[in-house]
Design a protein around this ligand. Sequence first.
Ligand SMILES: [Fe+2]
Ligand SMILES: [Fe+2]
Length: 146
Amino acid sequence: MTTIQTFTWSDRYLLGHQSIDDTHREFVEHVRTLQEARDTDIPEALEAFIRHAEAHFTQENAWLNAPDFPGGGECHIEEHEKVLSSAYDVREVVAQGRYDVARAYAQALVGWFPGHADYMDSALATWLVKRSHNGRPLVFRRMEAV
Ligand SMILES: [Fe+2]
Ligand SMILES: [Fe+2]
C-alpha cells in the first residue's frame, strides 16, 4: 500500500507577494480536499480544484505575458497548461468511476507544486514585488521604514 502524503501549507512556500501567496494557500487546500475526499465527493472536489487552477493560472499567465516581463515565461505557462490538461483528462476518467486516478493526480500535484513555486512562481513574485516598489527590492523599503 502506498503511503499518502497529505498536503499541508508550510511557510517555506511563501514568496513575498500577497496575492500569489494567498492563491497558493488555496491551491494547497484544494489539493488536500481532493486527497481526503470520499469517492462520492471526488467529482465535486476535482471540479473545485479545476475552477481554482483555471483562475490561478490565468492570473499568473497574464502577468507572464506583460510586455515588460523580462522573458522566460513560456516554460512557466507551459507547465500550467500541462497541469490543467491533465486535470481535464482526470475529470473524464473520474466520470467513469475511476476515483483512484483523481487520488493519484492529487498526489502528483503534491510533488509538483514545491518545485514549480520555487523555480517559476518565485521569479514571477520577485518581479511583481520589484515592479510595485519602483524597481527597489522590498528589503530596502523595510530598512528605510525602520
Ligand atoms: Fe502559482
Ligand atoms: Fe505558476
